[in-house]
Design a protein around this ligand. Sequence first.
Ligand code: MN
Ligand code: MN
Length: 466
Amino acid sequence: MKKTKELEKTLKLTPKPVWDRLSAGERKKALTFSKGYKSFLDASKTEREAVASIVAAAKKKGFTEAMTDASPRYLLTNREKNVALAVLGERPLTEGVRIVVSHIDAPRLDLKQNPIYEDVELTLLRTHYYGGIKKYHWVAIPLAIHGTLIKKDGTKLSLTIGEDDKDPVFTICDLLPHLSHKVQDSKRLREAIAGEKLTILAGSIPFPDEEAKERFKLNILELLNKRWGLIEEDFLSAEIEVVPAFKARDIGFDESLIGGYGQDDRVCAYCSLQALLSLEERPTQTSIALFLDKEEIGSDGNTGAKSTFLEIVLSDLFRLAGQSPTSDAIRQALFHSKALSADVNGAINPNYQDVHEKQNAARIGYGVCLTKFTGSGGKYNANDATAEYVGEIRRLFNEKGVIWQMAELGKVDEGGGGTIAKYLAKYGMDMIDCGTALLGMHSPFEVSSKLDVYETFKAFKAFYEG
Ligand code: MN
Ligand code: MN
């Protein structure tokens, strides 16, 4: 009997939750870490705000854009919407760098370019949703507006309304159940609320002159003009994002979980930021934290993973290291690099366990997830890391005491999803997906485990330390 128990222990893979495996001291560290994380979530509800938070934290630790400076800590932002941090290592760059890449955009509603209109004595704003949302999530909740507008004279205006307790908020009015039988209830969930019906309630007082046309719209336009000097045309050259107005909160009697907007993928962004900032000395290999935009809409555009930003970063690093940034040297550096595609995974939801194949699914409270492949329909569009690289990361995490689980997203034929992994893997670097498991992913209030978040930080730190 004793021998059977020993065999079982040695041979079988039996994951245990983090709570059973962390020491009291480590638990305490994890709980402290979650406080900083929640503040980051609250301060970083858009990609621009995430960049500002990351840059502010990095500058405090001596990261600088100044290439003349002999500092080994480098920082480069791209159009205020994506950013790279690097700590120069001892080995030549052509031997490869270590990259943790996350994304800082999140599903949301964007205002249309010509958004303001009035109807039935109300002022409303038209939206176009960004990324994979479930539309019913966005009605009947308090919403905040975070915008950047370029005015007629070229000046830039940043405004946030709905985050301060004294601010008003916005909302999308849902239909009362008494009257929704035909219009909503009998339809398929994804068709029940049309994209064009996600209009934001923005006012209800008319302009005082009864002779005026569109008095409700005019009243809001006058208000915007008095307060910010805006005219309607300014909205044409603007990016105005509508996000949940609530803050990140602890969840549960035991306060073990975190609920908040945009944890996909700001959890990995925050963990990789803290991991890189924690590197005190020059690492053996140059370490890069890359924070990208546009992942939720396919990684296109000049701030997404498909742009050449990483090559520009490498080229700067070569100059900083006193080496010539030839295109061949940059190709060599990228080809010999190792990377973590730091993105979230979907944990088993107690109400919908059937969409997962549980032996291979992510669980809340079981540590950071490694995901060998993403994709859908037979690994289509997946990066699919090599066994050798999975083995290397597995050994590293085990040696450094990182608690991790191997997970795939859903049953084989259930659906699936992609990450940034494949866009960087094209350079030839070793690449694997690695990140935190979430419940309610892509909802306005995603849920993570405090201990999983901390293990994600530990994983990225271990990766940088090599
Ligand atoms: Mn993601
Ligand atoms: Mn996502």
